[in-house]
Write a protein that binds this ligand. Structure first.
Ligand SMILES: *Cc1c(COP(=O)(O)O)cnc(C)c1O
Length: 491
């Protein structure tokens, strides 16, 4: 298995084929594209049958081995077994279901319409990003040990990604994490989750500024190539290929748990922002998993919904990006979307490059096929099963209330966006699985608004705000930041 860039001229790609390990620690390809397998591995009916009985860790191994062909199978199996344990994924509301890692729960089954919730937020930070990030931590440690190398992860967060990265990398040999966050701008719970980590390889840096200032500093440091190389700076952002692959696993798990034979189909609704989660669903479908529809649910930041309704991809300016009550989906452009578009345009790298260059120069592109558009591939979207919908703050509150009244469970705001849209898209005879992307405790302010009472906190999180915190406060000054990093890496 080798990997190509979505923007590569094909001769160059074949001259230097990339293995899984080559792209594991990196981000973008050198040409600015994203990596994808040269072709998608296929699953057979016999494999699906055999996989029905597997534990989550064994299923993860079976899928990973199709993508990470350059890692010895025994090592890969051990990495999956170490990652997907009931100890790591222990925050399920019900103990027995925690053993299933991503348990399903049927919410509704009436008139042939079935709505199912798949729990993906039982990991240490109570959000689905743990599903991939925990594996990434173990893969990174493994790869670095082999090369006797070290990696200093440098990133910015407004909440979920930073904490998932820190909990995945804490205590890992060869790895340090430098995570910027806007000083006093995260929720008390999110701040406590990150800052209460006492591991010496985790560096929390509260920047006197807003999230954009943090991101600008990450860009400035990354653009200093000499500094970046000397300090061995890397990232763990959502375009990382290993993160996408790790997410493919739970689509298989959801399908296998919801069906009894491979003749059956299911659909998924996915609360979406950067298109990383649903991109994994697209890959599972391309591998032959019998998925009918893949429904992208957005909040008020509806870049993706607009594309799947009209064929127009129009990224938003920061001034047009809303701060919503499902903040992890507040994105102005979907960084993994290029992977799908590459497939949609028939894996034509030159076209993909031109389209995404147009995103930079003109803020988007149009595949509607209308006069003056950039192409007519929108008509092919249905072949890939994609649908979409949008949910607003009012929808979110109403859905949280409905779900609490009807099924007796409290869902988080992002999952509420998913359920709102899933209800519009569910069809008779095809179970609709909604991916739960976070636990309600993370977004308690909105739960309180919707229900008039606090969300339940999983055991161990009761007094998290009272724990001692370890962080430094720094001005938004790139030179001071570089000096701080250098002082703490000793490089
Ligand atoms: C990151 C995140 C999302 C969006 O996932 P993408 O992969 O960016 O589409 C949705 N919900 C929660 C809770 C998240 O943390």
């Amino acid at each position: 298995m080798h990997y190509v860039s979505t923007r590569a001229a094909s001769p160059a790609a074949s001259q230097s084929p990339h293995s899984f390990s080559d792209i594991l620690l990196g981000g973008l390809a050198a040409d600015g594209g994203l990596f994808l397998p040269a072709e998608y591995p296929q699953v057979t009916g016999a494999e699906l049958d055999a996989w029905r009985k597997l534990s989550y860790a064994d299923l993860a191994f079976e899928i990973l081995r199709k993508f990470a062909t350059d890692i010895p199978e025994a090592d890969l199996r051990a990495l999956a077994a170490k990652t997907y344990t009931p100890e790591v994924y222990r925050n399920a509301r019900h103990d027995e279901s925690a053993l299933a890692i991503t348990p399903l729960r049927v919410l509704e089954d009436s008139n042939g319409k079935k709505l199912v919730l798949q729990a993906l937020s039982n990991g240490p930070t109570l959000a689905f990003k743990d599903m991939a990030m925990q594996l990434l931590g173990n893969l990174f440690e493994y790869a670095l040990a082999k090369q006797d190398a070290q990696l200093n992860i440098f990133g910015a967060t407004s909440g979920d990604t930073g904490s998932a990265a820190e909990y995945a990398m804490r205590g890992k040999k060869g790895i340090r994490v430098f995570m910027l966050s806007p000083h006093k701008k995260m929720s008390a719970f999110q701040t406590a989750q990150m800052f209460s980590l006492q591991d010496p390889n985790i560096f929390n840096i509260a920047v006197e500024g807003v999230f954009d200032d943090c991101q600008d500093m990450v860009k400035a440091v990354s653009n200093d190539l000499e500094f970046k190389a000397r300090q061995k700076i890397g990232t763990v952002n959502s375009i990382n290929w290993a993160r996408v692959v790790a997410q493919v696993v739970y689509y298989f798990r959801g399908y296998l748990a919801a069906t009894t034979s491979n003749e059956q189909k299911v659909s998924f609704t996915v609360p979406s922002g950067n298109f990383g989660n649903i991109c994994a669903g697209h890959i599972a479908r391309m591998m032959g998993l019998p998925i009918d529809k893949l429904v992208a649910a957005t909040n008020e930041n509806d870049v993706l919904d607009e594309f799947f309704r009209t064929g127009v991809y129009r990224v938003r300016k920061s001034s047009e990006t809303y701060h919503t009550s499902s903040p992890s989906m507040d994105i102005s452009k979907a960084s993994n979307f290029e992977r799908f578009v590459y497939d949609l345009v028939g894996r034509d790298a030159a076209r993909t490059r031109a389209l995404f260059q147009k995103v930079e120069t003109h803020g988007g592109f149009d595949l509607s096929g209308k006069p003056g558009s950039d192409g007519d591939e929108f008509k092919l979207v249905a072949n890939y099963g994609f649908k979409s919908g949008k949910s607003t703050h009012e929808d979110r509150l109403a859905t949280i209330r409905d779900v609490a009244d009807d099924y007796g469970i409290v869902i988080d705001t992002h999952t509420a966006d998913g359920i709102k849209v899933a209800r519009e898209q569910v069809e008779e005879g095809v179970p609709m699985i909604v991916l739960e992307t976070a636990l309600a405790a993370k977004f308690n302010e909105t739960i309180l608004d919707a229900l008039g009472e606090d969300a339940e906190r999983p055991a161990g999180f009761e007094n998290i705000e009272a724990l001692p915190q370890r962080f430094v406060v720094m001005p938004a000054d790139v030179e001071k930041m570089k000096a701080y990093i250098a002082a703490n890496t000793g490089l």
